[in-house]
Design a protein around this ligand. Structure first.
Ligand SMILES: NC(=O)c1ccc[n+]([C@@H]2O[C@H](COP(=O)([O-])OP(=O)(O)OC[C@H]3O[C@@H](n4cnc5c(N)ncnc54)[C@H](OP(=O)(O)O)[C@@H]3O)[C@@H](O)[C@H]2O)c1
Length: 250
């Protein structure tokens, strides 16, 4: 059975990707800081899919050494890790220069620097196996510089998308390695990150949004805005319209 490693699997999109990939017949390597949540999720997944294998490890992605240890330990558990989904993320932030460097820094470290560590660790595993599928969870906010509380968040999501494309670019000159790279740009999908956000247009529930993510991941799309409607046309508009018009959309 193919094995997928998911970081940030204790809630929201990560937990739902685990449920849906298990239902499609995949074994899972799941990590996050809240291990009691992971244990509950494993019980639920095994009850619904008795034949599956689900291994768990505690991981704070800000601990560089632990990222490498945990990824290699999962590979030792399963022999092969077919796919790594870099999903752990944080949505804290404030407009720049308003006294919340701490929140913006924490978001930058979690969403970009820790994603770099996860990409390094995943690529070590994939290079050793000579194959694998790297999945980067970016965001539609990566399409453009954003304002208010999401300026830093959007910059990290543009950063990880560029990192993933850089790996894809690198792989063009490594024909002996079968390493594919997907970048997923979710629109607004209900999760703990946005549970207090009230009137967001186009918000879909977790199961529906993650179904679109999983479809794109399973097709190994290079880039996917999900759900397709309205985010494919809206994403194009956000990328190309003048900022005063973008301001009206997001
Ligand atoms: N929901 C959306 O609308 C949306 C849209 C675009 C992109 N995204 C992206 O989707 C990903 C998942 O977010 P979500 O919406 O599912 O939010 P969520 O429910 O808040 O989940 C975030 C996950 O990240 C983990 N995490 C956070 N900091 C971590 C750390 N230092 N070490 C290890 N794990 C950490 C959390 O686990 P622990 O706290 O247990 O460690 C949790 O499992 C994020 O990258 C987010 O930016 C979400």
């Amino acid at each position: 059975m193919p094995t997928t490693l998911i970081t940030g699997a204790s809630s929201g999109l990560g937990a739902e990707m685990a449920r849906q990939l298990a239902a499609r017949g995949q074994d899972l390597a799941l990590c996050a800081r809240r291990t009691e949540r992971l244990e509950g999720l494993r019980e639920e997944i095994l009850a619904a899919n008795p034949g599956r294998r689900v291994e768990l490890r505690a991981l704070d992605v800000l601990d560089d050494a632990a990222v490498f240890e945990v990824f290699h330990a999962f590979r030792a558990d399963f022999g092969t890790i077919d796919r790594v989904v870099i999903n752990a993320g944080l949505g804290k932030g404030a407009p720049l220069g308003t006294g919340r460097y701490d929140a913006n820094r924490q978001t930058a470290m979690t969403n970009f620097v820790a994603a770099l560590a996860q990409t390094e660790a995943a690529m070590e595993v994939f290079r050793a196996q000579k194959r694998g599928h790297l999945v980067m969870i970016s965001s539609v906010t990566a399409m453009r510089g954003m304002r208010k509380t999401i300026t830093t968040y959007a910059a990290t999501k543009a950063g990880v998308a560029s990192l993933a494309e850089g790996v894809r670019h690198e792989m063009l000159s490594e024909p002996d390695l079968d390493i594919r790279v997907s970048t997923i740009y979710p629109g607004y999908i209900r999760s703990e990150m946005n549970e207090r956000v009230k009137h967001t247009p186009f918000m879909v529930d977790t199961e529906v949004g993650v179904r679109a993510m999983v479809e794109a991941i399973e097709k190994e799309k290079a880039n996917a805005l999900v759900p397709t409607w309205p985010w494919v046309p809206l994403g194009k508009a956000i990328r190309h319209l003048p900022l005063p018009l973008v301001r009206k959309l997001l």
